[in-house]
Design a protein around this ligand. Sequence first.
Ligand SMILES: Nc1ncnc2c1ncn2[C@@H]1O[C@H](COP(=O)(O)OP(=O)(O)OP(=O)(O)O)[C@@H](O)[C@H]1O
Ligand SMILES: [Mg+2]
Length: 377
Amino acid sequence: MADWQRMDAADARASDTSSVSVEGLSKAYGQDATLRALDDFTLEFPAGQCTVLLGPSGCGKTTVLRSIAGLITPDSGRITIGASTAFDAASGTFDPPEKRRLGMVFQSYALWPHLSVADNVGYPLSAAGMPKAEIRSRVEAMLDWVGLGGMGGRYVHELSGGQQQRVSLGRAVVGNPRAILFDEPLSNLDARLRERMRIELLGLRQRRPFTSIYVTHDQLEAMTLGDRVVVMRAGRIEQVGTPEDVYKRPRTRFAADFMGIPNLLEGTVRAIQPDGIVVDTVLGPLRTRGWRGGRSVGERCTVALRPTLMTSSPDPQGEAPFGRVIRSVFQGTSTIHMIDVAGTAITLESFSEERHADGAEVSVKPADGAVFALLDD
Ligand SMILES: Nc1ncnc2c1ncn2[C@@H]1O[C@H](COP(=O)(O)OP(=O)(O)OP(=O)(O)O)[C@@H](O)[C@H]1O
Ligand SMILES: [Mg+2]
């Protein structure tokens, strides 16, 4: 069977979107193999879902994608796409990229400048030898899907950045891939276009669910697009969960930082009580409720406080410490106050339009229940 006939057969099954499973993947670069870009990385990417990989530069996100795509060979581990083993270090199995039937969208759109929009989108089909008439009708459908209907005759340089990105999305999807790998696809776009593309991507997925593995630095993108978020650190998984899960229950300071959670206060455990732990912080003793054990008095830890569950006032509020206002910013629906308390920046959100003057002295008082997470470092 020719490649394009295989694509056709896949189409007949409506959608061929598959799960991807990665087990014990390790990859070290360099002669001495000291630098481990991936270190025993194991994860299931469920069919039809979007899994977001989030983490700092150099933590191995692109290495995961390139391993799955077949662009690099890991040192050990196994990769399964749908029912087929695409890579297995133990048995020496290695499917070349074209056999894996995956779509890829990169930060640089990697489009052909000398080809029209339609020819760019249809490129994987013509490379697979599909007849021209068939390609034409598929490409038309694909251009409609990505919102570029009627623009097939243009050249890439006649499109905006967002439109170019949609051409590269169309090209990634046209061959009916089993999964689509996204490597920071929106990071070259300005903030407003990024927001629009995020919403468009969600719409596209609702009309035709596809398995996506999506790399980003952007926490908002992760929260919006991800069915699941994977926080990575130095080639390993720091935490996995739904965006809500990881945001509400970050396990470590590292994960919380990466989710963009404000108000991570360092503290010392003062007392362990039956229903919670008391932690000394710059805001005084704070009580956490219902936390798992394994803590001891005197131990260092980090607590996360909700910006909406604190109040600031020019007047004293009981024992609450005073701080100096860095800035109060009205944001349309709420006001954000940034306040320096003993060298720690605290963020509060109040639903009044009242702002503090820069540099003013205000008391900062957490309400009961302000602490929502107790973190390891
Ligand atoms: N071809 C290579 N040769 C040597 N080292 C490499 C190579 N590719 C990646 N690395 C190293 O492997 C580690 C992981 O790189 P990777 O590109 O996966 O990171 P990343 O999480 O995608 O980072 P970024 O957010 O900056 O794109 C880094 O320390 C990087 O320097
Ligand atoms: Mg990368």
